[in-house]
Design a protein around this ligand. Structure first.
Ligand SMILES: NC(=[NH2+])NCCC[C@H](N)C(=O)O
Ligand SMILES: [Mn+2]
Ligand SMILES: [Mn+2]
Length: 328
């Protein structure tokens, strides 16, 4: 868009946006098993209690929401023994929960709804992306994060599965049904050319190799500085193709820790408040967003008074922008 050009409303191509009553399928995923810091499972409830549903309704959407209940599978599996597989921690629990999330997301998607999933840790993207791509197999994935989360069971230095979801979705070595049958339900739906990263600044050595070998498009903070966020989003959209449905997976640690302090793996030098919101606005503007994740808000992490409220508020406003607040 050039300067001064009047803002255009999106041309609504997708069923949920054409529907008589456009509806958000809201999925709460109170889950922390993909990483070691307790508290991230309380993120969704905080978002709900601070008024998220009202926010979305005020934008003209209907909200299909079963409640901020816990995931059934989490309670079913969490008290059973779940020994490490290789270095992977809580592998069965993470798998089971994500399978349930995937089914929920698919149900909303197949009903023509735009799904919003609030986490919880970022391992949950195994479920959200699987569910979304089952309905929209030609979709693109835009991953906004300080981290690439593309470690495999063979490369992960931590064993924390929130650092691994993308490798499972792509079917990278170490994630196949033969190698890890516990994850046999995940289909390798994601092609490397349909994935683009924005905001990276903390990548493990094994991940760097994977990004390079698979030719994955990644805009790090260096590129955000160099080109500006407007150009970066434009290039990202161009890379994945101009008319695909879009799944946006947004880890709040993509934002600078001064903007979103309450998160488990904060890294300095992140996106500003506006840069983060700009990404959401620009994707809303395409009219092609079919699924959104807001992940890794951890209300138990606060160095200063106000940190939690600030982070929850940022999560809410990112969601509002992705759902068209600035277009309506
Ligand atoms: N979703 C996240 N915050 N991921 C952080 C991952 C950190 C690190 N790369 C790991 O594999 O453990
Ligand atoms: Mn991250
Ligand atoms: Mn992440």
């Amino acid at each position: 868009m050039s300067l001064g050009e009047p803002q255009q409303k999106p041309t609504y191509e997708y069923r949920h946006l054409k529907a008589a009553q456009p509806t958000i399928g809201l999925v709460c995923a109170p889950f922390s098993g993909g990483q070691p810091r307790p508290g991230v499972e309380t993120g969704p409830l905080q978002l709900i209690e601070s008024g998220l549903v009202g926010d979305i309704e005020a934008l003209g959407w209907k909200v299909d929401f079963a409640g901020a209940d816990t995931l059934e599978s989490a309670s079913l599996v969490s008290d059973k023994p779940d020994p490490d597989i290789g270095v992977l921690k809580k592998p069965r629990l993470v798998s089971k929960v994500n399978q349930e999330v995937s089914e929920r997301v698919y149900k909303h998607s197949s009903n023509g709804q735009l799904t919003v999933t609030i986490g919880g840790d970022h391992s949950l993207a195994m479920g959200t992306v699987s569910g979304t791509f089952k309905q929209h197999p030609d979709a693109a994935l835009i991953w906004v994060d300080a981290h690439a989360d593309i470690n495999t069971p063979l490369t992960t230095p931590s064993g924390n599965l929130h650092g691994c979801p993308v490798s499972f979705l792509m079917g990278l070595p170490g994630t196949s049904k033969d190698e890890i049958p516990e994850y046999a339900w995940i289909e390798p739906v994601l092609k490397s050319e349909r994935l683009v990263y924005i905001g990276l600044r903390d990548i493990d050595a094994g991940e760097r190799k994977i990004l390079r070998e698979n030719n994955i498009k990644a805009f790090s903070m260096h590129h955000v500085d160099k080109y500006g966020i407007g150009k970066v989003v434009e290039m990202a959209l161009e890379h994945v193709g101009k008319d695909r449905p879009i799944h946006l997976s947004f880890d709040v640690d993509a934002l600078d820790p001064t903007v979103a302090p309450s998160t488990g793996t904060a890294v300095r030098g992140g996106l500003t408040f506006r840069e983060g919101h700009y990404i959401c606005e620009a994707l809303a503007e395409t009219g092609r967003l079919v699924s959104l994740d807001i992940m890794e808000i951890n209300p138990s992490i606060a160095a200063m008074e106000g940190d939690v409220q600030q982070t929850v508020d940022v999560g809410r406003s990112l969601i509002r922008c992705a759902l068209g607040e600035t277009l309506l």
